[in-house]
Design a protein around this ligand. Structure first.
Ligand code: AMP
Length: 230
């Protein structure tokens, strides 16, 4: 049964604008919580399928791992590319899929119409916020600029302590090797703390990655540097 939700942000006055901002800041997503169980995972991945068949077969493998653990899939709501492939595999196995798509992309990305739940948001920002709220952890599969942006944003929110949920990469066929190498360089050059660098969990096997998510405890570290430390 498809549940269909449209989020509307209508701001008619400065007072309402203030109240909208306040609502977002007090959103439960921003409260620190201790992870207990993983009931839903957000997957970020390409709206294209990529050059190699292995990207699609590995996307199916993570879909199978989610369903076998009774974990819901939260994703960007498209029917195309790796995104559509993961969703279709979860649905074919009888799992639950929640799609979240901004209305501007609902046509362009060919919205998936057979999902368990579909949320259409007013903006990309609302989409990403809702995906984050609905998910107990985040995994990037191979993808393009959109995937990278989504991954880095959710990892940045973890670094800032806005959430305590696990973030990671499924490094299929070495797709992310050069990015992982660059992130080691960012660490070596002291632009990220080692605890924040280690927050990004990287595995090649979906079940190994999901096992790490189940056992994940976010580090308790000071988020901000002071002037003397810069
Ligand atoms: P891509 O990896 O570029 O194929 O995009 C994968 C997903 O990221 C798609 O659902 C896009 O809607 C989304 N996306 C694309 N560009 C952006 C962006 N600038 N910010 C956030 N998400 C994006």
């Amino acid at each position: 049964m498809l549940k269909f939700t449209v989020f509307r942000t209508v701001i008619n006055s400065s007072l309402e604008r203030l109240s909208v901002q306040f609502t977002r800041i007090t959103n439960p997503f921003f409260k620190l919580t201790t992870m207990t169980s993983i009931n839903s995972i957000c997957i970020y991945c390409g709206s294209s399928a990529g050059r190699l068949e292995t990207y699609s077969s590995s996307a199916s493998a993570i879909a199978e791992a989610l369903v076998s653990r009774n974990i819901k899939l939260v994703y960007g709501g498209a029917s195309i590319g790796l995104m559509g492939g993961v969703a279709n595999r979860v649905l074919a196995l009888g799992g639950e899929v929640i799609g979240v798509i901004p209305k501007a992309l609902a046509i362009k990305e060919v919205v998936h119409r057979q999902l368990t739940e579909l949320h259409i948001t007013e903006s990309m920002h609302e989409r990403k916020m809702l995906m984050a709220e609905l998910s107990d952890g985040f995994i990037a599969l191979p993808g393009g600029i959109g995937t990278l942006e989504e991954l880095f944003e959710i990892w940045t929110w973890a670094q800032l302590g806005f959430h305590n949920k696990p973030c990671g990469l499924l490094n299929i066929n070495g797709y992310y090797d050069s990015l992982i190498g660059f992130l080691d360089h960012v660490l070596a050059e002291q632009f990220v703390k080692k605890e924040h660098h280690a927050m990004l969990l990287v595995e090649t096997n979906p079940n190994t990655l999901l096992d790490r998510y189940s056992n994940y405890r976010s580090p308790t570290i000071k988020q901000w540097v002071n002037e003397k430390e810069t």
